[in-house]
Ligand binder design. Structure first.
Ligand code: 5RP
Length: 211
């Protein structure tokens, strides 16, 4: 699978336009993209990063990291995913970077998602759905998830770059991800739901193959 991740990371370079500020996600597949981006760093203006982890990698590869508040809209966002359905709707957040990832995806004209074939599913939900929560709301959110038939598991010990906690929801077959994303977004204390359904990917690369 890591060869497919590498192929996908490298294939995404073809979407990078000269002079661009590139939105960059987080994870092991994105690490290959950052490495490839480093090789063409002289033809981009810089990057907006979705995590402290990616910021460190970008800097290591000589890429300037810019603040989204100063860049305006981005043309391109490249990120991985934990699951991808046939409609390019995603589960993300396995690396706990979902909030900044969702912000950058929303701010970008084109979201290119880079995955290996193990991430392709017919129905989202086998991978536990990550939800970032304000720490004091953990139990409240957990009860709301149970009411909806899910099994919440606190990712104990993990603190996000935003100082929050993550709950992973097991046991959901997510047949209507747009509706579930909207429903969960109403619960006080939820910062971000790791469903990228309302704003899914525009392009998905499985290895170097576009689907
Ligand atoms: C991080 C993410 C990642 O994109 C997702 O976990 C996939 O990671 P990897 O490329 O390492 O398989 O959403 O929050």
């Amino acid at each position: 699978m890591s060869n497919e991740k590498k192929l996908a990371g490298e294939a995404a370079i073809r979407f990078v336009e000269d002079g661009a500020i590139v939105g960059v996600g987080t994870g092991s597949t994105v690490a290959y993209f950052i490495e490839a981006l480093g090789a063409v760093s002289d033809r981009i203006k810089g990057a907006v990063s979705s995590s402290e982890q990616s910021t460190a990698l970008l800097k290591k590869h000589g890429i300037e990291v810019l603040d989204l508040n100063t860049t305006g809209e981005l043309t391109l966002y490249v990120d991985g995913a934990d699951e991808c359905d046939p409609h390019k709707r995603l589960i993300k957040g396995g690396g706990a970077a979902l909030t900044r990832e969702k912000i950058i995806a929303e701010a970008s004209g084109k979201f290119v998602c880079i995955i290996d074939s193990s991430k392709q599913v017919d129905v989202l939900g086998k991978f536990p759905l990550p939800i970032e929560v304000i720490p004091m709301a953990r139990s409240l959110v957990g009860r709301e998830i149970v009411r909806r038939g899910g099994h919440p598991v606190w990712r104990d010990g993990v603190v996000t770059d935003n100082g929050n906690w993550v709950i992973d929801v097991h046991g959901w077959q997510i047949t209507d991800p747009v509706a579930l994303e909207a429903d969960l977004n109403q619960i006080p204390g939820i910062v971000t739901v790791g469903l990228f359904a309302r704003r899914g990917a525009d392009v998905v690369l499985v290895g170097d193959r576009e689907i």
